[in-house]
Design a protein around this ligand. Structure first.
Ligand SMILES: NC(=O)c1ccc[n+]([C@@H]2O[C@H](COP(=O)([O-])OP(=O)(O)OC[C@H]3O[C@@H](n4cnc5c(N)ncnc54)[C@H](OP(=O)(O)O)[C@@H]3O)[C@@H](O)[C@H]2O)c1
Length: 199
């Protein structure tokens, strides 16, 4: 398969590229240093990237930034940023990208453990994750041409504990290689409308 992987150079994305890259062609997409430059928060850049890319078999997002702050200190700008990047960025990737998938192709988005297991400072992440999971379930009902869509909900990665460990005390960190299996199930399996939790 030819797989567009947004965020391929990030922590989750590198693990996904290692898993899927052994069997498939990966197109590395992101804002900096990528083969295919695009910005999830900018629909025009998504349209331009897909025009350049042509048709693919699968679209995977391992990206989506959010603001982190105490609930009552999250600014309007941080809420908007989180929705524009992690939620609507990935929604737009799916909506714009679906037209560039071959029949029966798949879309895989990223949510996260904070949808169901919240932590302090993570309200914007929880909001975006819940939105992604609801979107995926709903979109699976209506996508045409046998297209599939799923989400992967990673727990905190072992590889991210140095940066995120203070937010996730008591959580069992998950190796990136295990999280990557959720993406493989979505891309290489046959299901749609699923959320693969790897916690
Ligand atoms: N790491 C964890 O433990 C963990 C746990 C649960 C969920 N998640 C979720 O997994 C996703 C990836 O997390 P991560 O830890 O791998 O992040 P990361 O290490 O910061 O990597 C993010 C990747 O996405 C790209 N990216 C960021 N914003 C983008 C944009 N607007 N348009 C296009 N590409 C963009 C980045 O490259 P550029 O900056 O060059 O664009 C980078 O390659 C996020 O949605 C995160 O919430 C992560």
């Amino acid at each position: 398969m030819k797989i567009l992987l947004v965020g391929a150079l990030g922590t989750v994305g590198r693990a996904v590229a290692a898993e899927l890259g052994s069997r498939h062609e990966i197109v590395v997409a992101g804002r900096k240093g990528a083969d295919l430059p695009l910005d999830l928060a900018d629909p025009a850049s998504l349209r331009a990237a897909f025009q350049r890319l042509g048709t693919v078999d699968a679209i995977v997002s391992a990206a989506g930034q959010v603001g982190w702050a105490p609930l009552l200190e999250l600014t309007d700008e941080q809420w908007r940023f989180s929705l524009a990047h992690k939620l609507m960025g990935q929604v737009n990737l799916a909506l714009i990208g679906q037209a560039h998938l071959r029949d029966g192709g798949s879309i895989t988005l990223t949510s996260g453990v904070l949808n169901h297991d919240p932590v302090a400072y993570g309200a914007a992440a929880s909001l975006a994750n819940g939105g992604i999971e609801g979107f995926v379930r709903a979109a699976s009902v209506e996508l045409p041409r046998g297209l599939r869509i799923n989400a992967v909900s990673p727990g905190v990665l072992v590889e991210s504990m140095e940066d995120l460990g203070a937010f996730f005390r008591g959580f069992q960190p998950v190796p990136g290689a295990r999280v990557a299996l959720g993406y493989a199930r979505s891309v290489e399996g046959g299901e749609s409308g699923k959320v693969y939790a790897v916690h």
